[in-house]
Write a protein that binds this ligand. Structure first.
Ligand SMILES: [Zn+2]
Length: 305
């Protein structure tokens, strides 16, 4: 991928953290390609994840960015896979401006051959929060298939009624995803009935290694060279956390005075560490007293009054 200028005039340099939208003009299929390298490293370095947790976390992270590719929104899209064990939580989030974060929790280390369907009562939720309107949309997907890509295909088929194909891949340095969606035929259009099958067959020839390593241009032209590939300006993706002292204060305030006081250690302060970015927030007795006495009037804190 070469450096290029986006419509807003920003130079985007060669990077392995990007979101690339494209159109297969001949087949009338739209697509998104996502790859994460540095941001995935920043996510996995925050905790000592076993390999059986790392792989699904990487794919969930790639999917969170992939799912933002074709929607217009201002806010964040998050994916949560919860179960009663052993993998209790997979969480990944991508904001409209391409900031990703994620984490996983587990009880007993899932075995190397662990499959998502082996989890106890697993449930997948995709949530889109619109920061400007405050609206929230949530789609639930039953975990009836161990392949995360298949679960996200079902999510799109339910929520948008659009035939969708998704491929996800991950290794210890990168994670990536490719999504194809059949555009609805406009009235009067000649429908190429075979096109969707054709691109699906081409997609099946893509290897995980190609998805993780080839440049966007090489990958799309190699795979779909007969389908008239049109590439849109790529968007950079990066690791980013939305935590702040105000949000942590709001969380402490919502716990109530007694529980917040319980978190105070011998040195007279409570320290809260953000699980996404490891930033530490320290609140001493005076901070806490002020928080509960004044109600902490920070505008970001919904519980303050
Ligand atoms: Zn954070």
């Amino acid at each position: 991928m070469t450096a290029h200028t986006t419509h807003s005039g920003i130079q985007v340099t060669d990077s392995n953290d990007f979101l690339q939208r494209f159109l297969l003009e001949r087949a009338q299929v739209r697509g998104v390609l996502v790859r994460l390298e540095q941001s995935w490293r920043q996510v996995r370095e925050r905790a000592n994840y076993p390999a059986s947790v790392r792989a699904p976390l990487a794919k969930t992270l790639a999917a969170s960015a992939l799912l933002t590719g074709n929607i217009k929104f201002e806010g964040s899209l998050s994916i949560q896979l919860k179960s009663r064990g052993p993998l209790t939580l997979l969480f990944a989030e991508c904001s409209h401006d391409g900031r990703v974060r994620g984490l996983a929790r587990w009880q007993d280390e899932p075995p190397a051959d662990f499959r998502l369907t082996d989890g106890l009562e697993p449930l997948l939720a995709v949530t889109i929060e619109n920061a400007t309107s405050g609206q929230r949309y949530q789609g639930l997907v039953p975990v009836e298939d161990a392949d995360l890509a298949v679960l996200f295909e079902r999510y799109f088929e339910r929520s948008e009624q659009l035939p969708t194909r998704i491929v996800l891949a991950a290794d210890d340095t990168r994670c990536a995803g490719l999504m194809l969606q059949q555009l609805p035929a406009e009235s009067g259009d000649e429908v190429d009935a075979d096109a969707w099958n054709r691109v699906g067959i081409l997609l099946r020839t893509l290897t995980p290694d190609e998805l993780l390593t080839l440049s966007a241009e090489q990958l799309l032209l190699r795979l779909f060279h007969e389908e008239s590939v049109r590439m849109y300006p790529s968007r950079p993706l990066s690791f980013g956390c939305r935590c702040s002292r105000e949000r942590v204060a709001g969380m402490l305030h919502s716990l109530g005075r007694a529980e917040a006081a319980g978190a105070v250690r011998e040195d007279g302060a409570a320290e809260i560490t953000c699980e996404f970015c490891n930033t530490r927030y320290r609140f001493d007795i005076i901070d806490l007293e002020h928080l509960f006495r004044s109600g902490y009037g920070a505008p970001e804190v919904p519980t303050a009054h």
